[in-house]
Design a binder for this molecule. Structure first.
Ligand SMILES: Cc1ncc(COP(=O)(O)O)c(C=O)c1O
Length: 485
């Protein structure tokens, strides 16, 4: 078998990998390989093939072998040969997947819903492209060459220093750069903490062989993201649901769990902040039992009633792992987050990440450091806070007028609100909304399967997701559905 990278980039600007193998000698093998490259779409219609002589030299075959192979493919209609313009892939030589009747264009990705009121999504149209691009440019210009080598699994120091300062100022987190490990978001943090693969393992799992940094059973809130529950279940972690009320999780129900995962600033999705006595109680529980609290600070920056609550971590940095990301504040597409760790977990988490950074792009980390240090992050968060507050106010006002029987619960915070529905109506309303082109979830979608009492019927309305110009229509459609419910 002869294998060669045919580099004819200087002539036609592409590399072509050809594998000459199979029966019938080199001419037959080359003909087959070229035919497959055209048929499979690797050589697009119109592409100019290299001259006989250079392809022959690259492959180590006789010039006539190439000439014969080209001639055969011209005769079959795969190639065309014209005086003065060389040999090209025929325009009608459509790739195989089209020849067998697939649509001529790549199938469009499933189109989004007409009205997107799904929770957890920031307004993607508001991504601060210009400021981010400016930060990216500055970061690339300032970065030392070593920044483009393998990354440190802790994350770039520039970012960890900026984050330590930002989190202290904006969220009341008590930490220092060496206690921060950069990750690709909350889900990745969970994987690192509970993964049971080999160090830096493939398949997205970190964790020392034979067990993660932490173990279950893990106390969780009776309502939460199913995706996170699935992720924990896949790691073999048993989750124990805690009852909830408007003051967050009833942490007095904690017993022998080894850790507990909470959303203290704004319970997800029901919307109550963890009341102060419970904040103190869960820290006491962790101290008494040698356990740890995982704080999911997913939308802590977005509080609209001028009563922001600081991070739980500030109460005891040795008993709380504080986890945040830019998924709500900037974009879930960036995949950048952070874990603020008690000292004893720093080394195990770094071991779980492996020898080098395998998830969070270093240039992106440097761009975020610049974005935060230069004030762009604060500006963006302030702008989005105003925008989302305005949207929540519009939602509340529209419901008061059009569907006064529907109550909005939870504090004025975050990117979603919960609308209470009369008992037994949730499923019908979700279906009616879907028929009207509205994508949203009912509360039941978030309930832990072994959960205690149901939190009742409700809709989880993500008011942040639509672009500004689309929000009014989405609200109107929602009001129509609710007024008729
Ligand atoms: C409850 C909760 N936690 C955390 C996150 C952030 O997840 P990630 O950082 O993995 O994007 C989300 C985002 O959807 C969320 O809803």
């Amino acid at each position: 078998m002869t294998e060669s990278w045919v580099n004819y980039a200087e002539r036609i600007g592409v590399d072509l990998h050809l594998e000459l193998s199979g029966p019938g000698g080199r001419r037959a093998a080359l003909t087959r390989a070229l035919r497959e490259a055209v048929r499979g779409g690797r050589l697009a219609p119109g592409t100019r093939l290299p001259p006989y002589r250079s392809l022959a030299a690259d492959l180590g075959v006789a010039r006539n072998t190439v000439a014969d192979a080209y001639a055969e493919l011209v005769a079959e209609g795969w190639l065309t040969a014209r005086q003065g313009s060389g040999t090209r892939v025929a325009e009608r030589a459509r790739p195989l997947r089209q020849a067998v009747g697939a649509p001529a264009r790549a199938p469009a990705r499933a189109r989004g819903p007409r009205h997107d009121l799904r929770q957890g999504r920031p307004d993607a149209s508001a991504f601060p492209r210009a400021a981010w691009a400016a930060s990216y440019r500055r970061a690339l210009q300032a970065a030392p060459s070593e920044a483009f080598g393998p990354g440190d699994p802790a994350g770039r120091r520039e970012l960890r220093e900026t984050l330590a300062e930002y989190l202290a100022r904006a969220r009341g987190v008590r930490t220092e750069p060496d206690r921060i490990v950069i990750c690709s978001g909350f889900a990745h943090a969970l994987r690192l903490l509970f993964g049971r693969d080999t160090p830096g393992g493939t398949g997205g799992w970190g964790g020392p062989a034979g067990g993660g940094v932490l173990r279950g059973p893990l106390g969780v809130e009776g309502y939460g993201l199913g995706f996170h529950r699935d992720l924990l279940a896949a790691a073999g972690v048993r989750t124990v649901p805690l009852p909830l009320d408007e003051h967050g999780a009833r942490v007095a129900a904690l017993g022998r769990e080894r850790a507990v995962l909470l959303t203290p600033a704004h319970q997800f999705p029901t919307g109550g902040p963890l009341r102060p006595e419970r904040r103190a109680a869960v820290i006491d529980w962790a101290r008494a039992r040698g356990s740890v609290v995982l704080e999911d600070d997913y939308d802590g920056e977005f509080r609209y009633d001028r009563r922001p609550v600081g991070a739980l971590q500030g109460l005891d940095p040795e008993r709380v792992i504080h986890i945040g990301s830019v998924s709500k504040s900037l974009s879930p597409a960036l995949r950048l987050g952070w874990m603020v760790l008690p000292e004893r977990y720093v080394e195990p988490v770094l071991a779980a990440k492996g020898e080098r950074e395998g998830w969070a792009s270093v240039p992106d980390q440097l761009a975020l450091a610049d974005f935060m240090a230069g004030g762009s992050y604060d500006r963006h968060v302030r702008r989005m806070r105003q925008r989302y507050r305005g949207r929540r106010d519009r939602l509340v006002a529209a419901l008061a007028e059009r569907a006064p029987h529907i109550e909005v619960t939870g504090v004025a915070a975050g990117l979603h609100a919960v609308l209470r529905l009369p008992p037994g109506t949730e499923q019908t309303v979700v279906e009616a909304a879907a028929r009207r082109g509205i994508a949203l979830d009912g509360l039941a979608a978030f309930r832990h399967p072994d959960g205690p009492a149901s939190a009742g019927d409700g809709l989880v309305v993500g008011y942040a997701a639509p672009a500004d110009h689309a929000y009014g229509a989405a609200l109107e459609a929602l009001c129509e559905v609710l007024a008729a419910a």
